[in-house]
Design a binder for this molecule. Sequence first.
Ligand SMILES: Cc1cc2nc3c(=O)[nH]c(=O)nc-3n(C[C@H](O)[C@H](O)[C@H](O)COP(=O)(O)OP(=O)(O)OC[C@H]3O[C@@H](n4cnc5c(N)ncnc54)[C@H](O)[C@@H]3O)c2cc1C
Length: 433
Amino acid sequence: MALSIMYDLAIVGAGWAGFNAALRAKELSLQSCLIDSEALGGVCLNQGCIPTKTFIQSAKVYSLVKKASLFGVESKEATFDLNKLIERKEKIIQQLSAGMRFSLKGVDLISARAGILSVNQIQAGDKIIQAKNIIIATGSLPMELPQLKFDHKKIISSTELLNLKDIPETLLVIGGGVIGCEFASLFSGLGSKVTLVEKCAQLLPGFDADISRKLENVFKKRGIEVKTNSEVSESDTADFTLSLLCVGRAPNPGDLGLEKIGVKLDRNTVVVNDYLATSVENIYAAGDCTGKLMLAHYAAYQGKLAVDNIMGKKIKADNAVVPNCIFTDPQVSGVGLSQAEAQAKGLNIKISKFDFLGSGAARILDEADGFIKVISDKDTGCLLGASIIGPQACELSAVFGVAISAHLNTEGLRKMIFAHPTLSESVQDSLKS
Ligand SMILES: Cc1cc2nc3c(=O)[nH]c(=O)nc-3n(C[C@H](O)[C@H](O)[C@H](O)COP(=O)(O)OP(=O)(O)OC[C@H]3O[C@@H](n4cnc5c(N)ncnc54)[C@H](O)[C@@H]3O)c2cc1C
C-alpha cells in the first residue's frame, strides 16, 4: 500500500467546511490534502444552497413573467421548461466547481472514501495518507421519521426533488423548517398544489413568531395548505404525486472509525470544544458534522478557524452574529438575537418595526408584503438583533449583521445616509422610535 508524504494537514470532506479549511491552509503555506469520495463542494454546491437557489430564481422569473402586464409589459402566456432549469443548474454547479478547483491549486485533491487508521494516518482508496493534523468535515445526512422512510420513488429527499422530470401535480412537504418552507414556496410557484405539514405549532420552529405567522399567512394566500401541530403517517402520502421528507439533517461522522482512535462522538456528532478541537489533540472538526449551526457560511467560518487554531491561534468559535436566511417568497432572515431569545435572557429590550408597505423600493418591486423587526437594548440603544420578512430580507440581514458586530447603537445606524429609493433605507426606517 502506497504511503503519502507527511502532510501538515489532511482534511476529510470537501464540502464548504473542508474547502474553506483547505483555502486557509493554502494561505498559511501548509502542505495539505483534501479527501472526498463525492463531488467537490459537498451538499452546498451539489444538492443544497446553489441548486435550490437556482430553482428559486427560475420560479421568481416565472412569477414575474406571469404578472408582467402589471408592469406594463405584455407577453405571451408563460410556460415553464424544467429540463432547461436543470441544465442551467448543472452548468452553474460546473462553473463554480471549476472555480473552486482553480483556487485550490497547490492543495492535493484526493478522490477516495476515507477511513482513519491512526491519529496520523488515513486510508484513502489504495493510499495511506500521513498527516501531522487532521480536520474532519464530513457533513450531515437527511433524517427520516420512525414511521416514515424514504422509498426514493414517492417519498423523496430534497436532492431527488432537484432532479425531477416533471413538476409534480400535488406535493406533500413533510417538515416546515427552512428546507421545507423553501421547497413549499418554490414548488407552489412552479404550479404544484402544495400541502406543508409541520409537527410544531409554527412554521420555521425557533424563528421569530410574528415572522412565522406572517409567512404562514402569505403561504395560505398563495394557495399552500399549511398544517401546523400535525404529524404524517405513510398512508397520508398516498394522496399526493410526491412527498418530500425534510425533517432535518443529522451530523455524519462519515464512517471514518473515529471512535477507534479516541475521537469522542455523541450520537454521531463529532464532539468539539470551543476551539473546534476533538478529544484527540491533533484532530479538529468543522461544519455540519459538529452539530452546531448547520449553515454553509458557518461551516466555512469553522473550517478556517480550525486551521487557525491548529496553527496555535486559540480563538473560540463565535456564533452570536450568524445570519439565518430562508429563500422563500417572500424571503425571511434573522441575525443576532430574536425577540424571544432576548426576553429569555432577561434583557430590557425595545422592539421597533417597519412595514415594507411604507417603502418606495418595495412598492416599485411590487413586493411590499412584509416587515422588519429590530431588537435593541432599551437602556443603551445597542442593536441586539433583527428579524425580517420581505423583499431581499437575506441581503438586508447583512446590514444588521455588520451593525451588531460593530456594536453600533440604533442612533449610530440611523445617522448613516442610505440611498433612495432602496430597500436598505428600510433599515433606517425600522430604527425610528
Ligand atoms: C436542500 C438544502 C438547501 C440548503 N440551503 C442552504 C442555504 O441556502 N444556505 C446555507 O447556509 N446552508 C444551506 N444548506 C446547508 C448547507 O448545505 C450545509 O450547512 C453545508 O453544506 C455543510 O457543509 P459541510 O462542509 O459541513 O458538509 P457537506 O457539504 O455535507 O460536505 C461533507 C463532505 O464530506 C464527504 N465525506 C463524508 N464522509 C466521507 C468519507 N468517509 N470519505 C470521504 N469523504 C467523505 C461527503 O462526500 C461530502 O462531500 C442547505 C442544505 C440543503 C440540504
